[in-house]
Design a protein around this ligand. Structure first.
Ligand code: GLN
Length: 198
C-alpha cells in the first residue's frame, strides 16, 4: 500500500502544505482534511505544527475532533509534529484550560518549553539506527517531560526525546517538513505500511 498510501493532512491551521508536499515527493497521496467526511479517504493522518490552542478550537468548530478520536482508537496511524504532537499527548503542561488533546500517545509535553528567550533554533540530531545526522528545526517547540514504557525514542536532543513512536503513533517536537531531508516522513510511511488498518 505504501506507494500510494492516502495520507490525510489536518488542514485547519499551521504548516500543513509543507507536509503535503513532502508526502507527495516520497510517493504518498496527500489529502487535506478539513471536514469529517475527508477522513473516509485516508489511510493515515498527519497533524502539523501551528498553534495547538487554536487547532483545538478549530477541531471542535469543524466537528472533526470526535471523528478523528474514533479513527485513532480504531488504530489509524498518525504523525504529529510540534503543535500536532501536543494534540496527541496524554497530558499537556502549560496548556490552556480548555485545550483538548487526543490522548493517543503516553507522553507529557510542556508547551513552548525550548524557547522563552530564543523562539526557534536549528540543530543536528542523531536518528536511532542511522549514522547520517538529521537537521531539525524547532519553533516554540514542546518538550517531552515524561513518557510511558511503551514509547520508543527515535531521536533525542538535550537529554529529552524529540521523536517518539508508540504503536501506530509517531510524534516530533520539531518540524521535519521544513527541511529537504525526507527520512522522518519515510519512517511514517513505513509505519503506515506495516500497521493493519481497516
Ligand atoms: N507553541 C505551539 C503550540 O502550543 C507549537 C509551535 C509549533 O507548532 N511550531 O501549540
Amino acid at each position: 500500500m505504501s506507494a500510494r498510501a492516502r495520507i490525510g493532512v489536518l488542514a485547519l491551521q499551521g504548516a500543513f502544505s509543507a507536509h503535503a508536499a513532502v508526502v507527495r515527493r516520497i510517493g504518498g497521496d496527500p489529502r487535506e482534511v478539513r471536514l469529517p467526511r475527508h477522513l473516509d479517504e485516508c489511510d493515515a493522518l498527519i497533524m502539523p505544527g501551528g498553534e495547538s490552542t487554536t487547532m483545538s478550537k478549530l477541531l471542535e468548530s469543524s466537528k472533526l475532533f470526535d471523528p478523528i478520536a474514533e479513527c485513532l482508537s480504531a488504530g489509524m496511524p498518525v504523525f504529529g509534529t510540534c503543535a500536532g504532537m501536543i494534540l496527541l499527548a496524554s497530558n499537556v503542561l502549560d496548556g490552556r484550560d480548555d485545550q483538548r488533546s487526543f490522548v493517543a500517545i503516553d507522553i507529557d509535553v510542556r508547551r513552548n518549553a525550548y524557547g522563552r528567550q530564543v523562539d526557534s533554533f536549528e540543530t543536528d540530531l542523531t536518528l536511532s539506527g542511522d549514522a547520517e545526522p538529521l537537521h531539525a528545526v524547532f519553533i516554540r517547540a514542546p518538550r517531552i517531560e515524561r513518557m510511558g514504557a511503551d514509547v520508543t525514542v527515535l531521536a533525542e536532543y538535550d537529554g529529552a526525546p524529540v521523536l517518539v513512536r508508540s504503536k501506530s503513533v509517531m510524534a516530533a517536537s520539531f518540524h521535519p517538513e521544513l527541511t529537504d531531508d525526507d527520512r522522518v516522513h519515510r519512517m511514517f510511511l513505513e509505519l503506515v505500511d506495516t500497521v493493519e488498518h481497516r
